[in-house]
Design a protein around this ligand. Structure first.
Ligand SMILES: Nc1ncnc2c1ncn2[C@@H]1O[C@H](COP(=O)(O)OP(=O)(O)O)[C@@H](O)[C@H]1O
Ligand SMILES: [Mg+2]
Length: 364
């Protein structure tokens, strides 16, 4: 507002409507809350809007008290500020200007209500975030579908070659080592095919179906899939799943997918450490927000701060054989369920990856 001379104008407007404090003069013509304070910070005059919008506050008569209330302790009165008025929940752009009134310096406060603009911005931001989230979910889904499709063809070919070779070896009556190796390779290929068909099944299920599910049943399915791998690594898996845990409101296949990913990552994180230290835990409990919280803990190398930053970005991987989409898919799925996927370092070394899910009862 700068150095506006209000003294003369103030006198001229002194014959303004009686409802307005005569010394407010010009202030009565301002279409938003406006007030004048003397050099000591005491209120001299305020227009009707000012009294309507701030009059209820004991602080409205003192510049410093009002500032402390609206701007916190920042105290800086230079330039416009966007503040939230705690008594009304409305947003204001505050501006302080210096002027002269009755030959004395005064400070003029204008408070323009900008709540509508702030609300529009907020809802716009919400919409943007939702859009971003659904597009992430879709691109991850599409990526998984493409991958599953692309991998299916070479896998089928591998199976055919293996079966053919096995027949030839059988006909020739050995050598037995080759026969065993071929059988082992076929078992692995079958396993890979099973994983891929699960991914396809999961991606095809466009419409997720949420229902009541026991976490321990979900964990059983996942552990069954990973049993072989755990045995091969001589890895112990301990379970801490209370039998009386509330059922979750979730799409079963999707949550299996998440748990499978987290447990697989945990197993992979312990490939390089001595067998005696390979210890994996799956725990579940109710958290303070009354949600079911699941935690997968390993004794791997953990994560550096830089790795933690990128953890959930698609294609972030530190593995030579990694795709880096596991955690990105997990996060999309858990967010879709209104839950949270998180990482924290494990006490005594290693990582904890966890997620939350709403209880079934809380949803119906
Ligand atoms: N339990 C874990 N311990 C240590 N690092 C992990 C763990 N889980 C995930 N990570 C890190 O996050 C990266 C991304 O994981 P993910 O999205 O599942 O992709 P991928 O397993 O294909 O690499 C991994 O490459 C690894 O660096
Ligand atoms: Mg992974």
């Amino acid at each position: 507002m700068g150095n506006v001379k209000t003294s003369r104008a103030g006198k001229r407007a002194a014959q303004a409507p009686a409802a307005i404090d005569p010394s407010a003069g010009l202030l009565g013509a301002v279409p938003f809350a406006c007030a004048m304070f003397d050099a000591g910070g005491v209120l001299i005059a305020g227009n009707a809007r000012y009294r309507e919008e701030f009059g209820a506050l004991p602080e409205h008569a003192s510049r410093d008290a009002l500032l402390a209330l609206l701007q916190g302790d920042s105290g800086d009165s230079e330039g416009p500020r966007e503040v939230l008025a705690p008594h009304s929940g409305r947003w204001y752009a505050l501006h302080w200007g210096r002027a002269e009134h009755a030959a004395a310096p005064v400070e003029v406060l204008t408070a323009v209500d900008i709540s509508e603009r702030i609300e529009t911005l907020d809802s716009h931001k919400n919409r943007q975030e939702k859009l971003l989230f659904t597009s992430r979910l879709m691109s991850v889904g599409e990526m998984a579908a493409t991958l599953a499709h692309e991998l299916n063809q070479p896998l089928a070919a591998i199976m055919n070659y293996l079966n053919g070779s096995l027949r030839l070896v059988e006909q020739a009556g050995g050598p037995v080592q080759v026969e065993r190796a071929l059988q082992a390779a076929r078992t692995q290929a079958e396993h890979a095919a099973a994983v891929i068909s699960r991914v396809r099944e999961f991606v095809r299920a466009r419409e997720p179906r949420r229902d009541a599910h026991e976490l321990s049943r979900i964990a059983d399915t996942v552990l069954e899939l990973l049993r072989l791998e755990a045995e091969r690594l001589q890895l112990r898996i301990d379970l801490g799943l209370p039998t009386n845990l509330a059922p979750v409101f979730a799409d079963r296949v999707m949550i299996e997918q998440v748990l499978l990913n987290l447990v697989k990552n945990a197993i992979e994180a312990m490939r390089e450490i001595p067998a005696a230290r390979r210890e994996l835990r799956i725990d579940a409990r109710m958290n303070l927000d009354d949600q079911v919280e699941v935690r997968v803990s390993d004794r791997g190398a953990g994560l550096s701060p830089a790795e933690q930053d990128q953890l959930f970005s698609p294609f972030f991987t530190t593995k030579t054989d990694g795709l880096g989409i596991g955690l990105a898919i997990c996060r999309s799925i858990i967010e879709y369920h209104e839950g949270r996927l998180f990482f924290e370092p494990r006490e005594g070394g290693g990582s904890v990856f966890g997620f939350t899910l709403p209880r079934y009862e809380a949803r119906t």
